[in-house]
Design a protein around this ligand. Structure first.
Ligand code: GLU
Length: 495
C-alpha cells in the first residue's frame, strides 16, 4: 500500500561510492520499500571545488547495479535522473532571504579573512567573529547600500535545542554551543546545511537516515526545519562502520569501493543483505535475506547505536549464499561477463552445464576463472595424468576404453545417464571405487578428485569428453613417460 514515507540518499559527487555510503543508501531504500513509500536520490554538488568529474555517473551506475533504483526525479527521457542540488540554488537563496525578512537570519559583514581565520570545521564557517547580530538595522541597510559584502547567518535561539534520534533517543545541547551559522554565503550560494534542509522540506522527506558522522549537523538542521515552519523529519543516525581491524577506515585503507565489488562479481543482493546487517538485525535468526525480505523486515527500532565492523569474509560467505539461490539461467547471465575469454574460449551455451558442475564453489561470479581449470586443465597437467595412467597399465586402459565406448553410445548426454553408464562399465569389469573413478577422472580432468563425475562429463560435452578419453587411451598405449609433455594442446582445448 502506498504510504507517505519518503526517504532520500544524498551523495556528494566527490568520489566513488564505497560500502559505507551504499549501506546508507540501502537502509533508506529498504525502509521506504517496506512501507510502500518513495526513495529519492539527490546529488549534493553545491561544494563545487570538491566535485570530481565523472563521479556522479559512477555513483548512478553503482546504485543501479546494487538494485537501489530511485523512484522519482527529473524526466530525462529514460530512467529518472537524480535531483541535483546545484540546480536549486535560486530556491535556496530565496528561502534564506525570506528568513532574513522574518528576522531569524541576519547580515554578517565579517570579511572572509576574518572568518577563515576563525574556521575550525572545513564544512561550516564558525560563529560570527564580530558582533553583527546586534548591528542596528540602519547600519545594516547603509552597509548593504554601500556594497559591503555580507553573508546571512541564522540566529540560533538562546536555550536548549532538542531533537530525537530514532536510534539514540533524545539529544539536547545548548544553542550557544551551536553558534550562529552561515546559511547564505556572500556570493549568495547556500551553505551545505541550509541546502539540505530546504531540499528535504521541498521533497517532503519524512525520514532522514544517515551515518553517525552527520549527528553534529542535526541540531542546526532541526532548527532550520523549525525556522522554515516545516515538520521535522524522523532523524536516524546509523552507527559507524569500522574497518576489519576495528579502526576507522583510513584514507589509505579506505572502505572498499562498490565498483570493486561489482568488478569482482559479488552478488549485488548479497552486498545489500550484508551491509544492511551492519548495525541492524531482522529480529530473528535469519541472515540470508532477499531485498524483498529485507524491505519487509526493515525497522529502525532494531538498529543499534554501537559501531559495527566490516568483515570481508562474511560478505564473501553471504555472496555464496545468494549465488546458491540463483537459478542456473540467472547464474549463467551473471557469470558470463566475468569469464576470462582469453583463457577460456567458451560460448554462453557451454557455460550452463559448466556452472552446474562448479556452482557450489563460487563465492563471487569472477571466481569462475579460479575453478574453470578443474574442467580445463593445462596440457601439462593432462600429460602428467596420462603418464600416471600409463603406470597403472591394463586395468586403467580397460576402464577407459569401456567408459569411452559406453559414453559414445549414450543417446542423451545427461549426468544421470553418464553416471549410470560409467558404473555399468565398472560392474562389467569388476572395477569399483578408485579403480573405476580415478582413471576416468584423471583422463577427463587430470585429477583424481573433483566435482560430481556425471556433472563433469556433461560440462565437458560429448566431443571434448571423448577426445580426452581418447588422448588418455593413446597416452597409456604409447606409455607416456613422466617426462613426456603429451600431445600438446588438443583440438579445441584451452590452456
Ligand atoms: N551529502 C551528504 C554526504 O554525502 C549527505 C547529507 C545527508 O544525508 O544529510 O555525506
Amino acid at each position: 500500500m502506498p504510504s507517505s514515507v519518503r526517504t532520500r540518499f544524498a551523495p556528494s559527487p566527490t568520489g566513488t561510492l564505497h560500502v559505507g555510503n551504499l549501506r546508507i543508501a540501502a537502509f533508506n531504500h529498504l525502509f521506504a520499500r517496506g512501507r510502500g513509500g518513495a526513495f529519492v536520490l539527490r546529488v549534493e554538488d553545491t561544494d563545487r571545488e570538491r566535485n570530481v568529474p565523472g563521479a556522479l555517473e559512477a555513483i548512478l551506475e553503482d546504485l543501479r547495479w546494487s538494485g537501489l533504483e530511485w523512484d522519482e526525479g527529473p524526466d530525462c527521457g529514460g530512467p529518472f535522473g537524480p535531483y541535483v542540488q546545484s540546480e536549486r540554488a535560486d530556491r535556496h537563496r530565496d528561502r534564506a532571504l525570506a528568513l532574513e525578512k522574518r528576522g531569524v537570519a541576519y547580515r554578517c559583514f565579517c570579511s572572509d579573512d576574518v572568518i577563515e581565520a576563525a574556521r575550525t570545521d572545513v564544512r561550516e564557517s564558525p560563529a560570527c567573529p564580530g558582533d553583527c547580530r546586534s548591528l542596528p538595522p540602519r547600519e545594516v541597510a547603509s552597509r548593504i547600500e554601500a556594497g559591503d559584502p555580507s553573508a546571512l547567518r541564522f540566529a540560533v535561539p538562546d536555550g536548549e535545542v532538542h531533537f530525537i534520534d530514532e536510534i539514540r533517543g533524545d539529544i539536547s545541547l545548548h544553542g550557544r554551543d551551536i553558534g550562529d551559522f552561515v546559511i547564505l554565503r556572500s556570493d549568495e550560494r547556500s551553505t551545505y546545511n541550509f541546502a539540505v534542509v530546504v531540499d528535504d522540506v521541498d521533497m517532503t522527506i519524512t525520514h532522514v537516515i544517515r551515518g553517525a558522522g552527520h549527528l553534529s549537523n542535526t541540531p542546526k538542521q532541526a532548527l532550520l526545519f523549525d525556522a522554515l515552519e516545516a515538520p521535522r523529519p524522523v532523524f536516524a543516525h546509523l552507527p559507524t562502520v569500522l574497518g576489519p581491524d576495528g579502526t576507522r577506515f583510513s584514507k589509505r585503507t579506505g572502505a572498499p569501493g562498490v565498483h570493486r565489488l561489482r568488478e569482482e562479481g559479488y552478488h549485488p543482493d548479497a552486498v545489500i543483505n550484508y551491509l544492511s546487517l551492519l548495525g541492524w538485525s531482522p529480529g530473528d535468526d535469519r541472515e540470508v535475506l532477499s531485498p524483498d525480505e529485507l524491505a519487509r523486515a526493515m525497522d529502525l527500532g532494531r538498529a543499534g547505536a554501537s559501531n559495527t565492523v566490516y568483515d570481508p569474509e562474511k560478505l564473501r560467505w553471504m555472496s555464496a549464499q545468494h549465488i546458491a539461490r540463483m537459478t542456473l539461467e540467472q547464474l549463467a547471465v551473471a557469470v558470463s561477463p566475468h569469464v576470462d575469454r582469453e583463457r577460456f574460449s567458451l560460448g554462453d551455451d557451454e557455460l550452463r552445464p559448466i556452472l552446474e558442475a562448479l556452482r557450489t564453489r563460487l563465492h563471487t561470479f569472477s571466481e569462475i576463472n579460479l575453478h574453470l581449470p578443474i574442467l580445463f586443465p593445462s596440457a601439462e597437467i593432462l600429460a602428467e595424468a596420462h603418464a600416471e595412467l600409463a603406470t597403472e597399465g591394463d586395468e586403467a586402459l580397460e576402464v577407459l576404453t569401456g567408459v569411452r565406448d559406453a559414453l559414445e553410445a549414450l543417446d542423451a548426454w545427461s549426468g544421470d545417464q553418464a553416471d549410470t553408464s560409467v558404473r555399468g562399465v565398472g560392474r562389467a569389469l569388476g572395477a569399483r571405487g578408485p579403480a573405476l573413478f580415478h582413471p576416468v577422472r584423471l583422463a577427463l580432468c587430470g585429477a583424481r578428485s573433483g566435482p560430481d563425475l556425471g556433472s563433469v562429463i556433461v560440462a565437458l560435452g560429448r566431443e571434448r569428453a571423448l577426445t580426452r578419453l581418447d588422448a588418455a587411451i593413446t597416452g597409456i598405449r604409447e606409455g607416456e613417460g613422466p617426462d613426456a609433455r603429451g600431445p600438446g594442446p588438443l583440438e579445441g582445448e584451452e590452456v
